[in-house]
Design a protein around this ligand. Sequence first.
Ligand SMILES: [Zn+2]
Length: 103
Amino acid sequence: MLNLWSMWGNAGVTWRWNGGNPIVLVENANYINGNDGLTLGHFAFLKESAVTDADTYHHELAHVDQHDILGEAYLPLHILAQAYSFARTGHYAKANPLEHGPP
Ligand SMILES: [Zn+2]
């Protein structure tokens, strides 16, 4: 059974600023499956192995910007883009424009 308290035991939770935009950064979020990071709204979670990886951090900040631009449409659009990508490539991110940005 998942122990919610142990999930947070080793986490470093800090406020960051992306320009004037607040970000709650949760470090050592090793309970994330599959990815080095995960972002929900203004909460960015990074696995311990990705905490010092600037590329992963900036990738997650791009999702915060997408969230701010698309508003309530962001999450359903991202889920649709994942489904589209999976149908085309067998992977949720390979053909998902929200994971790669403009070409
Ligand atoms: Zn991503």
